[in-house]
Design a protein around this ligand. Structure first.
Ligand code: LMR
Length: 330
């Protein structure tokens, strides 16, 4: 009897302490990601923290965890849904279990350049995809660029048949899996944190990444060649837990949304320069040779990978693909 009362008392006490704490203490936002700090996403997360803590001083505290230090990319989505982390920014390749149409961003050779990507993301389909997962508890806050991907291997890849039989690390994406199968190469799904070691030990022979990810993970030290193929996109959707977001006090949510817009503009303005800087650093390191393709060679890669589109047209929607292609023409 006494035991129960004591327990109930303790419980009531801790509830009131929690209530008190909630009124006075800042809301903690954990922002977890898998890349290094000196990358578009790494920099964006830090800028978001800086602005949020400046403009919502005392109300919000942002904890940034980089390099998979809190959750790796196999776990971060689950952690977001469980409320263990409040913001993550997975690459667009990592949403297939939540939204099939988001697979559009991984179709090889879909976008001519980052300006086209930008137009598409800001257009009606891009906006529709940001809100397409709300019923699953995921709210999209914006798209952050990293950039276009380059192929790398210990063998010079100039034409598609050079990739035949090689093992390539892929993100957990059916589209990317098919892309390498179309080359008659062997795709192997692997989390980002394992890529360097996978390449170093020969579990995989090659990979596809933007320069910023290659350089910041030192992949160029374990890949003799990088082919500047620009064959696909690596961008992010910054997402939050819908229940958490809608439960924030109105003034805090409005301010955070406006900060996120500002950070998005900044990340997307800086991403290309960051990638180009890292490309130069790779060249300067002398560790990896960058192969430039002729127009004819690039066309061969496009032809080889293009059959992937048809396979995913049903899940993505032909109209959405048309809208993305139209973004190249504007
Ligand atoms: C990858 O797994 O290659 C990327 O999604 C990592 C990242 O977040 O840039």
């Amino acid at each position: 009897m006494f035991k129960l009362t004591a327990k109930a008392l303790a419980c009531a006490l801790s509830l009131s302490v929690a209530g008190f704490a909630m009124a006075d203490e800042p809301i903690v936002i954990k922002f977890s990601h898998v890349v290094a700090e000196h990358t578009p996403k790494g920099q964006g997360a830090l800028l978001f923290k800086q602005l949020a803590e400046e403009r919502l001083a005392g109300k919000v505290k942002v904890e940034v965890y980089s390099n998979s230090s809190l959750f790796g990319d196999g776990k971060e989505m689950e952690a977001l849904l469980l409320g263990d982390v409040q913001i993550i920014a997975p690459s667009l390749a990592k949403f297939e279990h939540y939204s099939k149409p988001i697979q559009i961003f991984d179709l090889p050779f879909l976008f001519d350049d980052m300006a086209a990507v930008d137009r598409f993301q800001k257009g009606p389909v891009g906006k529709e995809l940001l809100t397409s997962m709300e019923s699953k508890g995921i709210t999209g806050l914006g798209y952050w660029h990293n950039g276009l991907k380059q192929l790398s291997a210990n063998k010079a890849l100039r034409v598609p048949k050079d990739a035949r039989g090689l093992k390539f690390r892929v993100q957990a994406s059916a589209v990317l899996d098919e892309q390498f199968k179309a080359l008659r190469a062997n795709p192997r799904k692997m989390s980002f944190a394992e890529v360097y070691q996978g390449l170093q030990t020969g579990v995989v022979n090659g990979a596809e990444n933007p320069y910023s990810n290659i350089y910041s993970q030192k992949m160029h030290e374990v890949q003799k060649y990088i082919t500047e193929s620009n064959h696909g996109l690596l961008d992010y959707m910054v997402i939050t837990n819908t229940k958490f977001w809608n439960g924030l006090p109105d003034d805090v949510r409005t301010e955070l949304a406006s900060i996120m817009d500002e950070v998005t503009t900044e990340v997307n303005k800086q991403a290309d320069a960051l990638n180009q800087g890292d490309k130069q650093r790779i060249i300067d390191s002398g560790r990896s040779e960058i192969i430039t393709l002729t127009a004819e060679q690039r066309e061969e890669w496009r032809e080889a990978m293009r059959p992937v589109w048809k396979k995913f047209e049903g899940e993505i929607g032909a109209e959405r693909i048309k809208a993305a292609e139209a973004a190249n023409q504007q």
